[in-house]
Design a protein around this ligand. Sequence first.
Ligand code: ZN
Length: 365
Amino acid sequence: MKFALFKDERIEATKGAKGVCPCCGSELVAKCGEIKVHHWSHKKKCDDHWWENETEWHRNWKNKFPKKWQEIIQKDESGEKHIADVKTSNGWVIEFQHSAISKEERDSRDYFYNKLIWVIDGTRRPTDIKQFQDEINLVRNMRNKTRVLGYEFPEDYRLIREWGSSKSKVLIDFGTDELWLIYNGFYTSAFSRNSFIEMMNNTQSDEVYKVLLDPIQKQIDEIKAEQEKNRREQEEKDRIRGQKFIEEDLRIRKKYDMKDDEDWFEGSLGIKIFKRYGEKIVYRRPKPKIPYVIGICRNRFHYFDIKVASSILNNYVEVMKKLDYSDEQIEDEFDINVIPKTMDVKNWTEWKNLMEQLKQRIGKR
Ligand SMILES: [Zn+2]
């Protein structure tokens, strides 16, 4: 404690000085050693169970504000009294919290002081700094918004777990130039330490919302709007893709004259039609694609004899059957060789030569 009461005056600890606790009225001892900052210590425990022993970190923070704002006794309607670390002229209470506190205690302080800002010592546990740094670097790389990092922190982030649900504003002090605000549980935002101190010292410290929170809320709204826009665009894309698939499905069903209990998939060799019997998948018996090849020839060649073409193709299928080609293999032969090569040749004569070559090739197999 920095101040004791002596004859109704607030006095700091000096060697041999006497005073009482402004909160509980019990006697205090001035501690003026070489190592720790000079402070007042209770002879017996203070009634204000929220009070934690002051560290240098506490004292440095308090000293950023006028003396008359430091260690202010706060009373509620029930008469409960506590010492607020700092209370600004606009009624904002700033609590500097070094040690861990339970959620219950945090909540009761959140309710006791209605305009409360927590400043948390983030350097107490080394893992906290490391987790935060890693995560902040990661999120900063993902998003160009420098002010707000909207992010769901992992479960094991103790600082977020302990402070994320506070209804007050929570700033984490990692000992750097920036304080990290935890906002609505999973948004964090860096805020300049000096600007914060300046803002709170300013008589218009109610600007805390305007200066600190409004720009953050604005960015959060932008992020949310962007996410919503992306979601809607994705939905539209999915809808169009679904529509196209339905159209394609209908087209293929019509083209292959598929029955309702048959389905299809697009394989490397084209459309395959199958029917499912329990666990078993049965492919539809493939048909030689003779009419399809004849169609290609008719469209591409000036001169073309349908009877000759049919007989060449039927003969080709017969040869494959004699060579014990399965129906599937015959279909593949059409898909891999006959159809694409028919599309490559320029006229009827070339096509007849092509078919002769293909026949000789399978004969050698
Ligand atoms: Zn006391």
